[in-house]
Write a protein that binds this ligand. Structure first.
Ligand code: UD1
Ligand code: CA
Length: 456
């Protein structure tokens, strides 16, 4: 059976009170609409069309990497109208179309697969996903007949007193037979309290035509739709707990799951330990047996097996096996730190490669540099990479000993097996095997203190 998906993402989302489109607000570091796209892909649906309107360019930009197609809904006249705007995408297609709201990011892969299976095995024209909730305020209600068959969906604002008491809510996630959907869309009107073309009416229309309509009831946590900041925080908490649980089940120790923040796409190896206030974001991959100590933020980075990171920030970089970083280190984008390296306190590394076994223990800046293996950086070394106009490169060979408080004025080269005396400002190449001293010679003035009358 051919399957495709439509994701509704054209609304502004007035209730969230934001200048950016609602579907771009993030849950566990990922835009809601991208969660929905990824959920479709997990259910093996490749052909995904996103309906955009408010903030169309922004939504397009943020979803582009996921290789979806787009339909434009210029005016937001309701969810039914939105689907109509995908007419071109659906044209000539036969099979099942999944329609999901772009503001409902938490549907589990298993639930989507169950929805599809139920829909296709029963030869339904339409199948919806619903949940039983204590307080269905704001959600559409599922109205069933005396035999429990789905009759229609009534929006909260259009409910009569009896319908308001129904606590089975519409998740805004459906499977439709494509041809039956296209026919039903023709018959939707905007004769309701909000004056909108509701997609929900398509269910009642298909039913009235004597076709098969069904429902799959799932957990509320699968279906939560985010209309407000409060619901955004609720979704964040649900997903955070779910993600943490997956890592716990995979053999990762979380000292305090409540204060551990792991992005939806982060991968962590077993026997790694995460201490409180760890924030792991984006496409971060942490190896096995790592220790990530308190107050660390790692984004889009690879940390290899056995590394220890304490109270540090690491962005778009790589840290090798058994390397120690921090406390209080800042590894900026495009850096690659080797194996068994020590990056100590108040060290900043930017766009630099650091070879294996090198030690940069304290108070040092290394930017735009290639550093070999087995080097030792004294306290307070600065790579002077910027001349006010341009960035320049510094190259340091293997087994170099850089004395405390050295300035390396770029572009400059330091060979293998070299020594630089403490306090030197290096502007010329240091050749292999040499010692460089670049500082004024010490001079002592005898009896100066007494002569000046400063002796106490
Ligand atoms: C919708 C459902 C409701 C369901 C709830 C679940 C309708 C009429 N109502 O209500 O039954 O219980 O979701 O969360 O469908 N959108 C467009 N174009 C539009 C209007 C909306 O693309 O013209 C998009 C929005 O960007 C959003 C999604 O459709 O991602 C849902 O719209 P929203 O206004 O949030 O619908 P609800 O009132 O939550
Ligand atoms: Ca909604």
């Amino acid at each position: 059976m051919y399957r495709c998906a439509l994701i509704l993402a054209a609304g502004q989302g007035t209730r969230i009170k934001s200048d950016i489109p609602k579907v771009l607000h993030k849950v566990c570091g990922k835009e809601m609409v991208n969660h929905v796209i990824d959920n479709m892909r997990k259910a093996s649906i490749e052909d995904v069309n996103v309906i955009i309107g408010k903030g169309a360019e922004l939504v397009k930009k943020e979803t582009e990497s996921r290789k979806v197609s787009y339909s434009l809904q210029e005016e937001q006249l309701g969810t039914g109208h939105a689907v109509k705007c995908a007419a071109e995408f659906l044209k000539g297609k036969k099979g099942t179309v999944l329609i999901f709201a772009g503001d409902a990011p938490l549907t589990k892969e298993t639930t989507i697969k169950e929805l599809i299976k139920y829909h296709e095995e029963n030869n339904n024209s339409a199948t919806l996903l619903s949940a039983l909730v204590e307080d269905p305020t704001g959600y559409g209600r599922i109205i069933r007949d005396e035999n429990g068959q789905v009759l229609k969906i009534v929006e909260h604002k259009d409910c009569n007193e009896e319908e308001l008491k129904v606590n089975e809510m519409n998740a805004a996630m459906y499977c439709f037979d494509i041809e039956d959907l296209v026919n039903a869309l023709e018959k939707i009107s905007n004769d309701n309290v909000q004056g909108e073309y509701y997609l929900t009416d398509a269910i009642g229309i298909v039913k009235e035509e004597g076709k098969k309509v069904g429902a799959v009831v799932t957990d509320y946590e699968d279906t939560i739709g985010v209309n407000s900041r409060a619901q955004l925080a609720e979704a964040e908490e649900i997903l955070r707990n779910r993600i943490n649980r997956i890592h716990l089940d995979n053999g990762v120790t979380l000292i305090d799951p409540r204060s551990t923040y792991i992005g939806a796409d982060v991968v962590i190896g077993k026997d790694t330990i995460l201490y409180p206030n760890t924030i792991l974001e984006g496409n971060t991959k942490i190896g096995q047996r790592c220790t990530i100590l308190q107050n660390t933020r790692i984004k889009d980075s690879i940390i290899e097996n056995g590394a220890t990171i304490e109270s540090s920030v690491i962005l778009e970089s790589k840290v090798g096996e058994n390397t120690n970083v921090g406390p209080f280190a800042y590894i900026r984008p495009e850096s690659s730190i080797g194996n068994n390296v020590k990056i100590g306190d108040f060290v900043e590394i930017k766009k630099a490669n650091i070879g294996n076994e090198t030690k940069v223990a304290h108070l040092t800046y290394i930017g735009d540099a290639e550093v070999g293996s087995g080097c030792n950086f004294g306290c307070g070394t600065v790579v002077v990479n910027y001349d006010g106009k341009k960035k320049h490169k510094t190259i340091i060979g293997d087994n170099s000993f850089i004395g405390c408080n050295t300035n390396l004025v770029s572009p400059v080269k330091v060979g293998d097996n070299t020594y630089i005396a403490a306090g030197s400002t290096i502007t010329n190449e240091v050749s292999e095997g040499d010692l460089a001293i670049a500082r004024a010679k010490q001079r002592n003035i005898k009896g100066w203190v007494e002569k000046k009358g400063l002796k106490k």
